[in-house]
Design a protein around this ligand. Structure first.
Ligand SMILES: Cc1cc2nc3c(=O)[nH]c(=O)nc-3n(C[C@H](O)[C@H](O)[C@H](O)COP(=O)(O)OP(=O)(O)OC[C@H]3O[C@@H](n4cnc5c(N)ncnc54)[C@H](O)[C@@H]3O)c2cc1C
Length: 464
């Protein structure tokens, strides 16, 4: 089959399974391409969730930080986020270890876009507000306003014909009232928390979904004044060097703080309680704070690798269910894969070969290769954060020598690690920069000697 035979034409229709970011971004791109080519395309988005619901039922559970790089892409695409969606404009990051914490400063960037904290659904369970806070709903409404047809029902099954000239069939609806729809192209934007994944695997065209791990999140209600004072508009990122946590963050959002935890294994509610009761974390909360009786908590999956063969004739899979950068800006990865897939579909064709050459290969090059380096960096970073004396030495150096080349370099390295503003390749190059490593040697030796001396004096009880 060649790309020239299976193509989107005038009056073709596209069915998108999933109205999260990947689904809406694909639709947005498809609308632009159809306009450019002067063809009429019917686009239907199937979404199983009701984004007006509060809590996990109406939410695509995440820390929901919109990276400044994605924010600028949204502005460029004419997707304006209304004020009601932006819970907090984020000034920067506070990097917290067991013994030390510093405010990282934003490296000089020409771009003036901001980091934003939002809610994916309509805010936490038990929250009280009148207008919609849902970022995903806002993206979805943007494409609906441009003519996309939303169907708020789950897709149950997808049938692909062995005759490639026959369109695909979508079976959707709630139990006992299933309906069918024909589609020239099906876009799988169903993420990694959906049961439809098993139905897609069962189609036997070779799709292997990404490996995942269960994370844990909680929304902590606090007074807005306390959050402002304690968090100072910064996202607090924790490198406590304790098991099983690999990555932990507290994101201020007006009168709530979102705690997100990623571990080296599936996390549970018990891990979450251990984390919020850790003395360093308790320090960020009011001294008399107690876990509320009722709270909004979720255990979503996060990807650890990328999918194999997320495409076949008339089907392409985008977003988390396909390829995304591990632990970094998943929504922006959804933007990238959706853009590449739409470009392939409209400019080249919708056959398996078209998606392989013009979507999967470039997406792998951009995102998956970088994930390989990311895995190495995360292993190194896990090791380093367990060496408290070393972390403390380097962080106190950044603080005390702010403005020097070496402090700026280390700050930028940490900034890129926590924000994902730069690819892992750049982070690795920054980390192994020989000038940087050589100039760190005296700093490290000085602190190592001081650390050993302190241990000896403590041991002999000479310290007051
Ligand atoms: C703990 C955690 C923290 C994170 N923090 C961030 C962050 O701060 N910033 C960031 O950029 N990324 C973050 N991510 C990653 C981000 O959440 C994902 O990368 C992003 O949601 C992927 O978008 P998607 O559209 O591919 O999938 P999803 O957001 O999962 O959307 C899939 C949609 O498909 C719908 N759907 C599924 N099956 C069906 C069906 N059968 N029929 C109809 N509809 C269906 C679902 O209801 C859902 O709306 C985080 C992830 C986790 C787990």
């Amino acid at each position: 089959m060649t790309g020239s035979r299976l193509r989107l034409r005038n009056n073709s229709n596209i069915a998108i399974i999933g109205g999260g970011p990947a689904g809406s971004f694909f639709a947005n791109n498809a609308i632009q391409y159809a306009k450019k080519l002067g063809i009429n395309i019917q686009i239907t988005i199937f979404e199983a969730k009701d984004f007006s619901q509060r809590g996990p039922g109406g939410c695509n559970m995440s820390a929901a930080v919109i990276a400044s790089t994605l924010h600028s892409k949204l502005i460029k695409d004419g997707i304006a986020l209304p004020e009601r969606i932006i819970r907090q404009e984020i000034k920067g990051y506070y990097f917290q270890t067991q013994e030390y914490g510093i405010e990282l400063y934003k490296p000089e960037l020409s771009d003036k876009s901001s980091i934003l904290a939002v809610y994916r659904g309509n805010g936490p369970l038990y929250s009280v507000h009148m207008e919609s806070h849902s970022f995903d709903d806002c993206l979805l409404r943007h494409v609906i306003e441009q003519g996309v047809n939303p169907v708020y029902e789950p897709v149950q099954e997808l049938r692909l014909s062995s005759d490639i000239d026959t369109p695909a069939t979508i079976i959707y609806g709630k139990s006992n009232s299933y309906k069918e729809m024909k589609a020239d192209l099906v876009v799988g934007a169903f993420g990694v928390n959906s049961t439809i994944v098993n139905k897609i695997i069962a189609l036997n065209f070779g799709y292997v979904p990404p490996e995942t791990i269960k994370t844990c999140q909680i929304e902590i209600p606090l007074s807005a004044a306390f959050i402002k004072k304690s968090f100072n508009d910064n996202i607090h990122v924790f490198a406590l060097g304790i098991k099983p946590f690999r990555f932990a963050s507290m994101v201020p959002k007006g009168n709530y703080v979102t705690v997100s935890l990623v571990g080296t294994r599936d996390l549970t509610k018990k891990d979450l309680l251990n984390f919020v009761n850790h003395p360093v974390v308790r320090n960020k909360l009011p001294h008399d704070w107690e876990m509320p009786d009722k709270f909004c908590m979720c255990i979503p999956k996060i990807t650890l690798s990328h999918a194999k063969k997320p495409f076949t004739d008339r089907l392409v899979i985008v977003g988390d269910a396909s390829i995304s950068r591990i632990f970094k800006n998943g929504i922006e990865s959804a933007y990238i894969t959706s853009q590449l897939a739409a470009q392939a579909a409209f400019e080249k064709g919708i056959s398996s070969d078209d998606f392989d050459r013009h979507y999967y290969k470039p997406a792998r090059k951009l995102l998956a290769m970088d994930n390989f380096l990311g895995t190495i960096i995360l292993i190194l970073s896990d090791f380093v954060t367990k060496q408290n004396w070393l972390v403390k030495a380097r962080l106190s150096y950044v603080k005390s020598r702010k403005g020097s080349w070496i402090a700026n370099h280390l700050n930028e390295l940490l900034w890129n690690m926590v924000t994902g503003d730069a690819p892992y390749k750049k982070i690795l190059i920054q980390g192994i920069n020989p000038v940087f490593q050589i100039r760190l040697i005296p700093v490290t030796i000085k602190v190592l000697i001081k650390d050993i001396f302190e241990k000896i004096t403590r041991f002999y009880g000479l310290k007051k």
